[in-house]
Design a protein around this ligand. Structure first.
Ligand SMILES: Cc1cc2nc3c(=O)[nH]c(=O)nc-3n(C[C@H](O)[C@H](O)[C@H](O)COP(=O)(O)OP(=O)(O)OC[C@H]3O[C@@H](n4cnc5c(N)ncnc54)[C@H](O)[C@@H]3O)c2cc1C
Length: 489
């Protein structure tokens, strides 16, 4: 059980909760704490807030690290977004197509568009393969491949899912756990896609299918910067460029964070501790060290990394999509963002656009290690190859590398995660939150939810933060579930 803190202790002391990381989860924890009169101090390794959901600025152009849609069914999360953003939160129509075989396909799939794009004969074969999958489904659904084939048929899997998914994860689809599919595209099947194509998404339940989302007018970082300001105003603090380097512990009790940069380090103590750094990183920081089996599990947990080549280009209306999924296996690019279609204010000059070419990579591989100038040149070539623009329309570019972008759900991850979960659950005053902190493929809203619940635990609630993941999005309106109740959903 976590220490119970109150904002008005009889002796008048304010409790300091120490938080590692100023991404959506860490900041939300501090925001909720300061809202309740407790004090929170956030330590952030980088020099800007927002984690993966930051907004970077280059030559006055604003770039997301991957486009960040804001969409939630969690009431408290929506309230926070409303509190901080008011009219600065835009409602954006979604258009995101798939680029495959030199053609664009609407996503969610539309029957007429698919028929035209693939041709009648191919579409007929896709239909047959779907019927075959209905009649003879894969008996096991352990892998991504089996999960998709059972819902869409093998031929559509090969056309629209295989090449893109393998770009994202860098491993064959038969080695990717079905959990990822069920968490990310749960609620979507051929039947639903067809129904959506005919009558629209009436249930409103499938995140994959939503056709409108919210977006801060200056990019997602705008929200996280405002949240950091609000924390400061309410008596908390966010220290940038201040990394948590060691987690001091006495058995299952944390006794302090060693924070700072280089040799300039200090030991900070608090009434409670919240961590949003990757879980495996937190394990390796333990002092004294975690047991060997825990360290082995931490070392076996994998992340996929990500880099985005952001280019400023000549041209006003390059394509109407917010983003395009690039399924074409002849280019490395996995997704392409057009930021002015998220918010016009991302682009400061008329007659120009800014694009984010996204590459899914593994730290140290060829693309990750390539010089920035070579990556910009490669992106210009690939954009020309895809027919989006001529390479000489690219006037400038910058590369952002994001380590630990995607928690990998590979064959053994569950077993390792269980070992780590058991280890962290024992701590009486440390809670891990967020996406990498819990190794869950959480969007911003679920990352925030874990922080909201962790703070409620500090005020006497008994939420199981480990139980939150994107599966909950389908149950959030069920008020009998603790996570949903706590979030006010
Ligand atoms: C490419 C991409 C696209 C995405 N698209 C969407 C989307 O459309 N919609 C959506 O809702 N979500 C999206 N997400 C998910 C969203 O980015 C995450 O849910 C969210 O950023 C997780 O927040 P977090 O605070 O848990 O982790 P992070 O964002 O990873 O933040 C963790 C913070 O901790 C800091 N840190 C790490 N180690 C230390 C240390 N030792 N000491 C101090 N600080 C440390 C890091 O620098 C970072 O700032 C996307 C993610 C990616 C990668």
């Amino acid at each position: 059980m976590q220490p119970v803190i109150t904002s008005n202790d009889p002796d008048g002391t304010r409790h300091h909760v120490l938080v590692a990381g100023a991404g959506p989860a860490g900041l939300t924890a501090a925001y909720e704490l300061t809202h309740r009169g407790a004090s929170a101090i956030v330590f952030e390794r980088d020099t800007i807030v927002g984690g993966h959901a930051r907004t970077a600025v280059f030559q006055g152009y604003r770039f997301d690290m991957g486009g960040h849609r804001f969409f939630t069914k969690i009431r408290r999360v929506q309230e926070i977004w409303d509190e901080l953003m008011g009219d600065d939160m835009l409602r954006v129509k979604r258009l995101s197509r798939i680029y495959y075989n030199r053609r664009f396909f609407r996503y969610p799939l539309q029957i007429g568009n698919v028929l035209r794009g693939l041709g009648l004969w191919n579409s007929f074969l896709i239909g047959l393969s779907y019927l075959y999958a209905l009649a003879f489904p894969c008996p096991a659904e352990d892998t991504f491949e089996q999960w998709i084939i059972n819902r869409f048929g093998r031929r559509l899997y090969r056309t629209f899912f295989k090449s893109y998914t393998e770009k994202v994860w860098g491993i064959p689809c038969d080695q990717i756990g079905a959990d990822w599919a069920s968490q990310r595209i749960k609620g979507l099947s051929m039947r639903k896609a067809l129904l959506h194509a005919v009558v629209g998404d009436r249930s409103g339940t499938s995140k994959t299918l939503i056709d409108e989302f919210q977006y801060p007018r200056l990019g997602p970082g705008m929200l996280w910067e405002r949240m950091a300001d609000a924390i400061d105003r309410d008596g908390g603090a966010t220290h940038l460029g201040s990394s948590v380097q060691r987690i001091l512990r006495d058995g299952d009790q944390v006794t302090g964070f060693v924070v700072g940069q280089g040799d300039n380090v200090n030991t900070m103590t608090g009434s409670a501790y919240i961590g949003s750094m990757p879980m495996s990183v937190a394990v390796r920081m333990m002092d004294p060290p975690a047991p060997d089996e825990v360290l082995d599990a931490a070392n076996a947990l994998n992340h996929r990394d990500f880099l985005t080549v952001c280019v400023i280009v000549e041209g006003e209306d390059l394509f109407p999509d917010n983003w395009i999924y690039i399924h074409d296996p002849t280019v490395h690019m996995g997704r392409l963002q057009n930021f002015k279609n998220w918010s016009a204010e991302m682009v400061p000059e008329e007659g120009r656009s800014s694009l984010g070419a996204e590459y899914f990579v593994t730290r140290g591989d060829e693309l990750w290690s390539m010089a920035d100038s070579d990556l910009v040149a490669m992106t210009a070539r690939e954009l020309e190859q895809l027919g989006i623009l001529d390479a000489d329309q690219v006037v400038d570019g910058v590369v952002y590398r994001r380590a630990n972008a995607y928690p990998v759900y590979d064959g053994d991850y569950k077993q390792h995660l269980q070992t780590l979960e058991r280890f962290f659950r024992r701590f009486s005053n440390l809670q891990m939150v967020g996406r990498s902190g819990l190794h869950k493929y959480n969007n911003q809203d679920h990352s925030m939810l874990t922080a909201i619940l962790a703070v409620e635990n500090l005020f006497g609630a008994h939420h199981d933060v480990w139980a939150v993941n994107s599966d909950d999005e389908y149950h959030e309106e069920d008020s009998s579930r603790p996570a949903a109740r706590a979030a006010g959903a």
